[in-house]
Design a protein. Structure first.
Length: 334
């Protein structure tokens, strides 16, 4: 039977194929004729010819089979990502040719940047021309995996901007307040620099001199949008200003949020997401922590409120009033 008659591509293992593979594991092998209608088993390597009996097939051990299948999936994803990048790069110059309209300058309002290198070069060029202000939002994953060279280049670029009399205002998540790379940044930068933190922030954002803004255009941040439309840039600057007012100062003056009824600010943030029905994994991702840390905080919150179950914890959070009152806010921005 062909892969088409089989009803699905040969590289995908179907339920019937898995059942025959399980039988082969139990019995030590199966006749070749039994696997003939299931080409996915041979294509995926789950069954292999028996060296001692050409009419029989032996199963690949599951400990070897699973990594092999997962590796194939990872390779497929990587190929799709490469195709995505190639298509984006190919279509970027073509987008400028489509429907030119009477005002060519209008096409510069929103521009797609492809590739980490192209994004960094464009941001560096914008910073070289800037003289007044840079506003940044940096989620918890911003510094994960960043190379020392890129970090050093960003530090040099930002210091040059400060030396020209510019000011930098940055928003981070609370979970990054003690990150060594972040602390080193504020130990070395000299000038008008302030940083504040929130439990949750938006995706990465740069607003430069309120004339240009940069936001990510895909999940892995290999694509970005360069925005120069005044209405869009002003909107993003206003969003930043409102988040800034709610945030807790981190540098140059560190301010700690007080506890409320024995509940820490981190536990308050978790409580708010718990009553919305989010899972531990979602809570951890939104607050920039690993899932084990999130569960430790949830356990401490439950102990503080005297909860014995997840359902009871939601009820006790609502009854405690810890989400009804706001703790004292941070200092107003200068």
């Amino acid at each position: 039977m062909t892969a088409q008659a089989h009803g699905h591509p040969a590289e995908e293992v179907c339920a019937a194929g898995l059942a025959l593979y399980a039988r082969a594991l139990r019995e030590g092998g199966v006749p070749e004729r039994d696997a003939a209608p299931l080409p996915c088993l041979l294509h995926s390597g789950l069954l292999r010819p028996d060296a001692d009996d050409p009419r029989a097939l032996r199963p690949l051990p599951p400990a070897l089979a699973l990594p092999r299948l997962l590796r194939g999936i990872a390779e497929d994803i990587a190929r799709q990502r490469r195709t995505e990048t190639r298509l984006t790069e190919a279509f970027e110059p073509l987008l400028a040719l489509a429907e030119p309209g009477p005002d060519p300058a209008a096409h510069a309002d929103v521009r797609l940047l492809s590739g980490i290198g192209a994004i960094n070069r464009t941001v560096t060029q914008a910073m070289t021309e800037a003289t007044t202000e840079m506003l940044t939002v940096q989620p918890h994953h911003t510094y994960i995996g960043i190379s020392p060279d890129l970090h050093a280049q960003a530090m040099e670029r930002d210091q040059a901007f400060l030396d020209r009399g510019g000011r930098i205002r940055s928003l981070y998540q609370h979970t990054t307040r003690h990150m060594p790379m972040l602390l080193a940044r504020y130990e070395h930068l000299k000038g008008d620099v302030e940083a504040r933190t929130l439990d949750e922030v938006t995706e990465r954002l740069l607003v430069i001199d309120r004339t240009v803004a940069f936001i990510p255009a895909n999940a892995d941040r290999t694509l970005a949008l360069e925005l120069r439309h005044p209405a869009l840039v002003n909107y993003l600057a206003t969003v930043f200003a409102r988040l800034w007012r709610l945030a807790t100062p981190m540098h140059p003056e560190t301010v700690r949020q007080p506890t409320l009824n024995g509940v820490t600010p981190r536990q308050r943030a978790i409580a708010a997401l718990l009553i919305e029905g989010h899972t531990d994994a979602v809570i951890a991702d939104r607050l920039g922590m690993n899932i084990r840390t999130a569960r430790v905080h949830i356990a401490k919150l439950a102990a503080t409120l005297g909860s014995e179950s997840r359902a009871q914890l939601g009820y006790l959070i609502g009854r405690s009033g810890i989400l009804d009152r706001e703790p004292p806010g941070p200092l107003e921005s200068r």
